[in-house]
Design a protein around this ligand. Structure first.
Ligand code: MEV
Length: 310
């Protein structure tokens, strides 16, 4: 049996604007993971995929071409040069809530690629893993920037500009995030389509808002790399104001951000596609518990404290 895993992620700065070429920063969330195991099956059984959380079991040969799990298995087998379908059972499990901005799709796909490669006695470099996972992100998202597959495949903080090689974002001083789930599922594809329609209706306004988000991501990168963490909170608040202006916040997200700030968070913003999903609040070991309690009291269904390490 072979087992591999992949982490979830949060976008710290620049979601949505990154689809339009502005820079963004994302970090892995090691506390939230997806796992894939590969077992040998009897000869002639072919490939079977068992997605435990989705309560799905299917054979690869029967899956339609646009099934994201089947697609990543097929692409990886082809990438590994396995022409004949191997007799393998691939079992999937994930801690990462679906459609919540935490990169569950990218993490499951990455775990699959890693486990299949390992079972075939191969190891694939992060850029090859990322390129394979990007293909499934296109099914999930429509027009993904590529940031989710990149941060999950490299599993390190990244400064990302669409179409350019990812740059590592050095963490000058470790910091902590409270990651709070609104409990409202929000498929990225829909949020990205909403923003696209609004941008088409008023390109000048949206381009100006994306420019501001890009400038915030640049300033945040400097603050993270030089360890000036007191600058981060206000930049998160500013990014949240802009996300609200492009129409991807919600009354619940606003309420949770306000509750986090009031309980002592340095700043707070939605993370990922918005409308629902998760938000992040900047905390310290001293404020983390109080902020987490305030978020739960204000309606968060789950709060994870995650450390962003050097
Ligand atoms: C989703 O995690 C981030 C978005 O910016 C979409 C993308 O980058 O593809 C909303």
């Amino acid at each position: 049996m072979t087992m591999a895993s992949a982490s979830g992620k949060v976008i710290l700065f620049g979601e949505h604007a990154v689809v339009y070429g502005r820079p963004a920063i994302a970090v892995p969330v090691a506390e939230l993971r997806a796992w894939a195991t590969v077992d040998d099956a009897p000869p002639g059984a072919g490939c079977t995929v068992v997605a435990i959380d989705l309560k799905r079991r299917f054979s690869l040969a029967d899956a339609p071409p646009d099934d994201p799990l089947a697609l990543i298995v097929r692409l990886t087998l082809a990438g590994l040069g396995l022409v004949a379908e191997p007799d393998w059972t691939i079992t999937l499990r994930s801690d990462i809530p679906i459609a919540s901005g935490l990169g569950s799709g990218a993490a499951v796909s990455t775990a699959i690629v890693r486990a299949l490669a390992q079972h075939a006695g191969r190891s694939l470099p992060p850029d090859a893993v990322s390129a394979l996972v990007y293909e499934t992100e296109r099914l999930h998202h429509g027009t993904p920037s590529g940031i989710d597959n990149t941060v999950v495949a490299y599993e390190q903080p990244v400064y990302f500009v669409r179409g350019q090689p990812p740059q590592p974002c050095r963490v000058g001083g470790e910091f902590w995030l409270a990651i709070a789930d609104t409990g409202v599922a929000s498929p990225t594809k829909l949020a990205v389509e909403d923003v696209r329609r609004a941008w088409q209706a008023d390109p000048a306004r949206y381009e100006a808002l994306f420019d501001e988000m890009g400038r915030i991501a640049e300033r945040a990168r400097q603050a993270i790399e030089t360890g000036r963490l007191d600058a981060l909170g206000p930049l998160m608040d500013e990014n949240q104001r802009l996300l609200s202006a492009i129409g991807v916040s919600s009354p619940l997200l606003e309420r949770l951000c306000a509750a986090a700030r009031q309980a002592g968070a340095g700043g707070a913003k939605l993370s990922g596609a918005g409308h629902g999903g998760n938000l992040i609040a900047l905390v310290t070991p001293q404020t983390a518990e109080k902020v987490a309690a305030a978020l739960r009291a204000a309606g968060a269904v789950r709060v994870v404290i995650s450390q962003v390490v050097r």
